[in-house]
Design a protein around this ligand. Structure first.
Ligand SMILES: Cc1ncc(COP(=O)(O)O)c(C=O)c1O
Length: 373
């Protein structure tokens, strides 16, 4: 197979050199501490607080369980305002808590929850807002907080994409009441599977730690119907090693993002999303919007890329509000979500991962240019 025929996938998980992981495994084998807040788990929590510039962080087995637990930790009930333009786990976390999602449209520039539309969706049952920093691009955190303060609502950010992102005033993870990170294989920082809740105070962290361990307070006391959301020592050890390389990985992502922007910047009908308000972006994704002035539709472009062995993703399509368990909701109606609906039909995420070569970027851009030319 020549290099031109090698498949290019939308992502390729970043891994450290295997030989550097072996000493960590040897320690686990020697100690026989495999989980339940072991030494690597504690070290990773501290290391991540320092790296991310946050006060407290509780590790989890994945972000979905972390989202479910975050809602429990703040005792959220009733209705929660959220975005339809996200990965389905965002809204699923509400259904797992018996909460009704209320979908609000997104801003056409950021594709994040549009603060100007939130107030109209608030009812006496609304208790919280669950926005997503989509693609790692920060939400309008100040506007969202102003609304939350006015109506006495909690704010939980799904920050699955926002590892390391800084906005105007430091880590974007310090906004709202809680933020949830994902360390899934496809993310900027991965522990194979994993996640975390960022919280501002030790008391909330204690409650979260209890909830992720079946609700145990001590050996014989169970205070709440908690879940098993604990991260294992294997994943935590990997996280410690990954952290050594994450700046390098983000720097490499920046180079690839730059190359894409150079090669696609002038292409008619292709709008490059992102590079917005963040002071420190993480280049988690490379989403582009295919508009009417491009020669073919987004789906034709997607198929053409596939025929060339390039596997992009239509993130986020379909909209969450179009899945069967959500589409009956009043707020899921297309007329309520025109911007999100249009974006779901037009956005495509091009491959981006630290090991991607500039020749591969050029190969991807070549397909877009040939079709669009
Ligand atoms: C926005 C968003 N929220 C939540 C999740 C769920 O994360 P996890 O796979 O760690 O459960 C993902 C993706 O994986 C995501 O993209």
């Amino acid at each position: 197979m020549s290099i031109e025929d090698q498949p290019i996938f939308v992502t390729r998980p970043h891994l450290p050199p295997l030989e550097e992981f072996v000493p960590y495994l040897e320690k686990i084998w020697a100690s026989r501490i495999l989980t339940n807040s072991g030494p690597f788990h504690e070290q990773l929590e501290q290391a991540l607080c320092k790296y991310l510039g946050v006060k407290h962080l509780a590790l989890f087995t994945n972000a979905t369980i972390a989202l479910v637990t975050a809602l429990q930790a703040l005792r959220i009930t009733g209705e929660v305002i959220t975005t339809p333009y996200s990965f389905v786990a965002t809204a699923h976390s509400l259904l797992w808590n018996g909460i009704k999602p209320v979908f609000v449209d997104v801003d056409p520039n950021t594709l994040n929850l549009d603060p100007a539309r939130i107030e109209a969706a608030i009812t006496p049952h609304t208790t919280a807002i669950l926005p997503v920093h989509c693609y790692g691009h920060p939400c309008d955190v100040d506007a969202i907080q102003r609304i939350a303060d006015r109506y006495n609502l909690k704010v939980i950010y799904d920050a699955a994409h926002a590892f390391g992102v800084e906005c105007h005033c430091g880590s974007v993870l310090n906004h709202g009441d809680l933020s949830v990170l994902s360390f899934h294989a496809t993310k900027v920082f991965n522990t194979f599977e994993g996640g975390a809740i960022v919280c501002p105070d030790a008391k909330t962290k204690l409650r979260i730690d209890q909830l992720k361990n079946f609700g145990f307070v001590d050996e014989t006391t169970v205070a709440a119907p908690g879940i098993n959301g604990k991260m294992s020592e294997f994943n935590a050890a990997l996280g410690l090693l990954q952290l050594k390389y994450v700046d390098m990985a983000i720097a490499r992502r920046f180079e690839i993002d730059k190359q894409y922007r150079q090669e696609l910047g002038e292409l008619k009908g292709i709008r490059l999303l992102g590079c917005g308000s963040e002071k420190r972006p993480n280049y988690a994704y490379f989403p582009v919007l295919v508009d009417d002035t491009y020669s073919v539709s987004r789906d034709t472009l997607y198929d053409a890329l596939r025929s060339s062995g390039i596997y992009s993703r239509r993130y986020f399509y379909p909209l969450i509000s179009d899945f069967p368990m959500y589409r009956g909701l009043q707020s899921a109606a297309r007329e309520n979500l025109p911007v999100a609906a249009a974006c779901a039909e037009r956005v495509i995420c091009l491959p981006l991962y630290p090991e991607m070569t500039m020749d591969e970027v050029t190969r991807v851009c070549g397909v877009l240019a040939t079709l669009g030319g």
